[in-house]
Design a protein around this ligand. Structure first.
Ligand code: XMP
Length: 323
């Protein structure tokens, strides 16, 4: 019968057999799937696994620290963190178009990740032949069920490496649904903040700033987002909502009256939605007192924000994210 204990035991045995005395690498995104996959593989092969975390500077408040400190403390995993904030901000400078932003973030991400990968491969030790991925059952079904190897083109001149690296994939979550992955993560002792984390897009806060992405705007949005998350958690609403993007309308200005006088600041949008699979969604009917608390705190505590608005659009026609 299905228990998290059985799943873990089965996978640990299978992974040990698959990897032998070789090495594996795994990219951590801060999300549940890659974290649980990494923790499972770590349990199986310990220091033969190295994880890579690219800090693109577009994460929410506290999330990078959770990976760097809490996840490492809980698993003992060997982690290589690449601080690439400056590089991403530079690449995003002057760009407002959502698709353009996504392309840039995706491209930079691959470059930084591959560079880190090449450095790990160049380290002393057995050959790195495996790549861990947090593929879930729904992803397998959606993509037609293929598996096996990943071809990773290396664009770097790291001495002695072939241009075209081929990895075998380790996908320990291939048979699991999201709620099962969360249970396995819990059983493995991962921090609650990671196991229960709501979906967060790969391009991060970069696609929650309508307008150009700058460090100041990211810091501002991080504060507003942290307040919204804090109040939703305090109200016990985390399980009722699918996710709640918090969006900064950086290209819009609104007039307000704050403290001693007139302000000319920016609106923040709350986008709480309920959904089963993110394909369709409805806007969440959050209690007015919770919305009021979030609004009061954001306008009081986040400078340059003088207005909080609620998105009451279902999907379709609106997507969950604003960009
Ligand atoms: P939309 O905005 O398309 O979002 O209704 C559906 C779900 O997907 C997430 N999302 C992304 N996730 N990379 C990701 O990993 C992306 O580029 C991306 N765009 C949207 C979104 O947060 C929601 O859960």
């Amino acid at each position: 019968s299905w228990t998290t204990g059985n799943v873990i035991e089965e996978q640990v045995t299978a992974i040990r057999e698959q990897v032998g005395d070789k090495r594996a690498i795994c990219g951590l995104s801060g999300g549940v799937d890659s974290a649980v996959a990494a923790a499972l593989v770590q349990k199986a092969i310990g220091s033969q696994l190295t994880c890579v975390y690219v800090d693109h500077g577009l994460m929410r408040k506290g999330e990078t620290e959770q990976v760097e400190k809490d996840f490492v403390a809980a698993t003992g995993v060997q982690l290589k963190v690449v601080d690439a904030e400056e590089r991403f901000l530079k690449a995003l400078a002057g760009v407002s178009d959502p698709e353009e932003k996504r392309k840039i973030i995706g491209r930079e991400f691959i470059r930084v990740f591959e560079q880190a990968q090449a450095e790990i491969i160049a380290d002393e030790g057995p050959a790195v032949e495996f790549l861990v991925q947090g593929t879930l059952y729904p992803d397998v079904v959606e993509s037609g069920g293929g598996t096996g190897t990943a071809n990773i083109k290396s664009h770097h001149n790291v001495g002695g490496l072939p241009d075209d690296l081929e990895f075998q994939l380790i996908e320990p979550l291939r048979k699991l649904f999201k709620d099962e992955v969360r249970m396995v993560g819990q059983e493995l002792g991962l921090p609650e903040e990671i196991v229960q984390r709501q979906p967060f897009p790969g391009p991060g806060l970069g696609i929650r700033i309508v307008g150009e992405v700058t460090k100041d705007r990211l810091d501002l949005l991080r504060e507003a987002d942290a307040i919204a998350r804090e109040e939703l958690t305090a109200a016990g609403l985390d399980r009722d909502i699918w996710q709640c993007p918090v969006v900064l309308l950086a290209d819009v200005r609104s007039v307000g009256v704050q403290g001693d006088g007139r302000t000319y600041g920016h609106p923040i949008v709350l986008r709480p939605v309920s959904s089963e699979d993110a394909m369709t969604a409805d806007w969440s009917r959050l209690p007015y007192d919770v919305l009021a608390k979030i609004s009061t705190r954001i306008t009081n505590e986040v400078s340059d924000v003088n207005r909080v608005v609620l998105d009451v659009t279902s999907k379709p026609p609106g997507t969950i994210e604003w960009e």
